[in-house]
Design a protein around this ligand. Structure first.
Ligand code: MD3
Ligand code: FE
Length: 201
């Protein structure tokens, strides 16, 4: 089995889980999906991260079958479900994970994501995160508020992180990426993060 570290109960980090070929094909898949957009924040501003959803569309702050413009959401591919099952087996050593939604986030050199909780899913099944391209600083916090205590960890291309159990409702965010740190062989400028989720819908 691969090295892994449990940052907190249920928060398992498996560095370098995907090899370069697997990372390349995921980048290709991410390029193929249409409809990346910047979400409107409650403050009225635009989120700096560009996102696309598969399976269900994430509207601020709920899921829907259609986008704002009425266009259909691309389906959640079954191969991504298989990858999610492998991920949860790797991190937790148990099977039976059935994600039905993916959120794909693209970070350019200046994009970041503020501390938040993921509470739009009706299920508390784990979230699987896969990182590609530039390294980022990932801030893993507590379940009470967006402030300290938190731990900063670097997420690199190919890293797997699974957040379940008591960590599922922890505040978390990406205060910055480290531009130019991606392997040039990956052919990606910036950072992509895929999260696989169980909507419970
Ligand atoms: C901890 N994405 O899409 S992935 C998000 O790198 C999101 O794009 C970040 O936060 C990114 O909502 C962080 C790591 C992550 C994802 C989901 C979590 C950590 C989580 C859900 C619960 C707790
Ligand atoms: Fe999140």
């Amino acid at each position: 089995p691969r090295p892994r570290s449990e940052l907190a109960p249920g928060a398992v980090h498996v560095p370098d889980w995907l090899d370069l070929d697997e990372q390349r094909s995921l980048v290709e898949a991410c390029r193929g999906w249409r409809g990346y957009r910047q979400t409107r924040l409650p403050s009225g501003g635009l989120m700096s991260v560009r996102m696309v959803c598969l399976g269900w569309h994430w509207l601020p702050y709920r899921y829907s079958r259609t986008r704002e413009d009425g266009s259909p959401v691309e389906p959640f591919p079954s191969w991504l479900g298989d990858l999610g099952r492998r991920a949860v087996t790797e991190a937790y050593g148990h099977a039976g994970y059935e994600p039905d939604v993916a959120l794909v986030n693209y970070y350019d050199a200046t994009a970041k994501m503020g501390q938040h909780q993921d509470k739009d899913e009706r299920s508390l099944e784990p979230v699987v995160s896969l990182s590609l391209g530039d390294t980022c600083v990932f801030r893993f916090g507590n379940t009470e508020n967006r402030n300290r205590p938190y731990t900063d960890v670097e997420l690199r291309s190919g890293d797997l992180f699974v957040f379940g159990g008591p960590s599922r409702l922890a505040f978390h965010g990406v205060p910055r990426t480290l531009p130019g740190t991606a392997d040039p062989a990956l052919g990606l400028t910036g950072r992509l993060n895929l999260t696989l989720r169980v909507s419970g819908l």
